[in-house]
Design a protein around this ligand. Structure first.
Ligand SMILES: Cc1cc2nc3c(=O)[nH]c(=O)nc-3n(C[C@H](O)[C@H](O)[C@H](O)COP(=O)(O)O)c2cc1C
Length: 374
């Protein structure tokens, strides 16, 4: 880990397949210097099989630190090998995916959130990953799977994994996953959020580090979660759909850095140089559309946003550079939007966690019995 970063992350952007790619992370880093950035999940098998082509999957520009590689897999040998191959890329943490319910993942043997049903395997996997990397290893999981959704079962999982492996940092997507009947998007919205389970873990495992995730959509809520005791907050969709208003306040409102007078126009100028330096780097890709995709939420709820998106839709067909794309579309956005600094954070449910400590589940007490069952 790079020594001058505060660890564990106070604020992080969640791993999101097809979303938190190199392009999005470049944009995110132009807006926030302090947010930790998680990669999309990379299957251990992909890393192992693409051994001759690793830069394409693992390389990133040095200013993306602090950055975490998320690995998924269920084959111990491949997990160990993949971590060893990734080690020279100097990520700041390796995260193991135990939360993804996608059939693309969960259907392939025991992978993603299904692993919550097998803490012994998770502990073995983490131990092997840790033996092959120089940086901390964390776990991202849900609060349960199907009917295995009691607070006690969640604690059993955390206890077994943390006592049998070097994992000390857990990121808790605070809703359970259903393996059948819901698609991945529904699995991120239909099972109810139970933040009281998250805060129960903080109380019952005081030696571990916990990052809360799920349904947090404003900087007020991020600070509310930290104030209630969370060690860190991970934001996914809101940081993708509204990067300016979420990431733009992380450095000052979460990390206490001085307010920046950065504008969207300045960010776009830098992003354009980046974009045109990588367009079609790998033959057919990335395309202008791939590179511009993370910008689609950049003018969220601002005047001109609707027109800008319509112009973007047609510019995708004609523009072969990011420069020409921006020239053609930015006429839709008023200068006042392009040249304003971040302003005040948008208000959110700052009191979301205010009463959480009155709702906590019964304390976890099953450790000794479970320790024998492992
Ligand atoms: C498009 C998309 C892709 C995702 N891919 C991953 C992934 O690769 N690994 C993972 O652990 N979670 C993945 N997630 C889940 C997020 O990391 C996060 O846990 C979830 O969106 C809840 O946080 P939020 O409410 O702040 O978005 C994905 C979510 C979305 C929306």
């Amino acid at each position: 880990m790079v020594a001058n970063f505060y660890y564990p992350p106070l604020f992080s952007v969640a791993p999101m397949m097809d979303w938190t790619d190199h392009h999005y992370r470049t944009l995110a880093r132009l807006i926030s210097k302090h947010a930790w950035l998680y990669t999309e999940m990379l299957a251990a098998e992909t890393i192992v099989h693409q051994k001759g082509n690793l830069d394409r999957f693992l390389a990133y520009s040095p200013d993306q630190h602090p950055i975490v590689l998320q690995i998924g897999g269920s084959n111990l040998e491949n997990l160990a090998k993949a971590t060893e191959l990734a080690n020279s890329y100097c990520y700041d943490e390796i995260n193991f995916n135990c939360g993804c319910p996608s059939p693309r993942v969960a259907g392939r043997g025991c992978f993603g959130v299904r692993l919550m049903l097998d803490p012994k395997f998770v502990a073995e996997a983490i131990s092997l990953i840790a033996a092959n990397t120089d940086v901390p290893v964390s776990v991202k999981c849900r609060i349960g799977v199907d009917d295995h959704d009691s607070y006690n079962e969640l604690c059993d999982f955390i206890y077994k994994v943390s006592s049998q492996s070097p994992a000390k940092h857990f990121i808790i997507h605070s809703r359970k996953a259903l393996l059948k009947g819901l698609n991945p998007a529904e699995n991120r919205s239909i099972p109810p959020l139970k933040y009281e389970y998250f805060y129960g873990l903080l109380r019952d495992f005081p030696d571990l580090t916990f990052t809360i995730n799920g349904g947090i959509t404003s900087i007020d809520e991020v600070n509310g979660a930290l104030k209630a005791g969370a060690h860190g907050v991970m934001v996914g969709r809101a940081a993708y759909h509204n990067p300016w208003h979420i990431l733009g306040h992380v450095d000052s409102a979460v990390y206490g850095a001085p307010r920046s007078d950065l504008t969207r126009r300045q960010v776009l100028e830098k992003y354009q140089i980046y974009g045109d330096s990588v367009v079609r780097k790998y033959g057919l890709g990335p395309t202008v559309r791939d590179i511009v995709k993370p910008l689609l939420g950049f003018f969220h709820s601002e005047p001109g946003n609707g027109l800008w998106k319509r112009k973007a839709n047609s510019a995708f067909h004609t523009c072969t550079t990011v420069k020409s794309f921006l020239e053609e579309t930015l006429v839709a956005i008023p200068d006042s939007v392009l040249d304003s600094p971040f302003g005040e954070p948008q208000s959110g449910r700052g009191d979301l966690f205010a009463n959480i400590h009155g709702l906590l589940p019964t304390p976890y007490r099953a450790r000794e019995v479970d320790a024998i069952a492992i």
